[in-house]
Design a protein around this ligand. Structure first.
Ligand code: MG
Length: 280
């Protein structure tokens, strides 16, 4: 059995070790369910179907096994809210021409923007410049309010890949990130949540049509994950299933209808989406 609102754990030398697993959400034969699978497997390894959303409730395996290849993979979590951080990588700050912010620059992305792997990012007709932003997404596993950075890891369920898609021309015209980043399909998440990894120094990047556009490491964050959780929860209670988007490294750039864009993070995987015209 998995422990409440978190991945399977064991205690070694007084340190809680979280087992590294992949957690998926999928649709099969018209039903949406959750599953888990060991991390070092290929796509043919069976997925253990779970009794519910592992980020939010106690779950057990139902005993049913399904091959991943028969599933339609969905965003691995349906967040209640998405707190996002702007200008959090030194290399990205340099390319924006703007300075490092004195405190984290937070905005909120609506949960309605979430889409899953292998879906389309719809290019809005209001924009002439849509850009990709590869980001590490933190998935919360426990209610977190006024949590200290030193304790923050215990409140995290796991991590997944995110693309903080942005209508850059709209952002620059009106200065409102929560509007320019809010369009439907502007928050691909997935392909799964990975538990039991340290978010502090992971390779992260993005490709467009198979060419590298962003390559960095999460160690370049100005405010790392534990400190973001401390800062955010001074004001906002984070609930299980909520998401933090932790900012993007250098190399953000445009995508166009017909392109495919992928975000990859070490020890997690790759989410890939195709960009389509909103007028089709
Ligand atoms: Mg961003």
């Amino acid at each position: 059995m998995l422990s409440s609102g978190s991945a399977a754990t064991e205690t070694i030398g007084g340190t809680v070790m979280v087992e590294r697993r992949r957690y998926v959400r999928f649709e099969y034969e018209g039903r949406v369910r959750f599953g888990r699978v060991a991390p070092t497997v290929d796509d043919h390894t069976p997925v253990e179907v779970l009794t519910g959303d592992p980020a939010r409730i106690d779950v057990v395996a139902t005993g049913e096994l399904l091959p991943m290849e028969v599933m339609r993979m969905l965003a691995p979590v349906v967040p209640g809210k998405i707190v996002a951080v702007g200008r959090n990588y030194a290399d990205h700050i340099a390319e924006t021409g703007l300075g490092a912010p004195p405190v984290p620059r937070l905005f909120f992305k609506p949960p309605s923007a979430v889409t899953g792997p292998d879906t389309d990012i719809v290019y809005p007709e209001q924009s002439r410049r849509v850009e990709h932003e590869a980001e590490l997404a933190v998935v919360m596993g426990r209610t977190a309010r006024k949590v200290k950075a030193a304790d923050a890891a215990a409140y995290v369920f796991g991590y997944t890949c995110a693309n903080d898609v942005t209508a850059r021309d709209i952002q620059q015209a009106d200065g409102q990130p929560s509007w320019a980043k809010a369009f439907d399909t502007f928050c691909p998440l997935g392909p799964w949540i990975v538990t039991g990894i340290d978010p502090g120094n992971l390779a992260i990047g993005a490709m467009v049509n198979g060419e590298y556009r962003q390559r960095s490491r999460t160690s370049h964050m100005l405010t790392p994950v534990p400190d973001l959780i401390e800062y955010i929860t001074t004001a906002v209670t984070l609930e299980p299933g909520d998401i933090i988007l932790t900012g993007t490294p250098a190399g953000v750039g445009p995508v166009r209808p017909g392109d495919w864009v992928s975000v990859f993070i070490e020890h997690i995987g790759t989410i890939r989406n195709t960009v389509t015209s909103g007028t089709e």
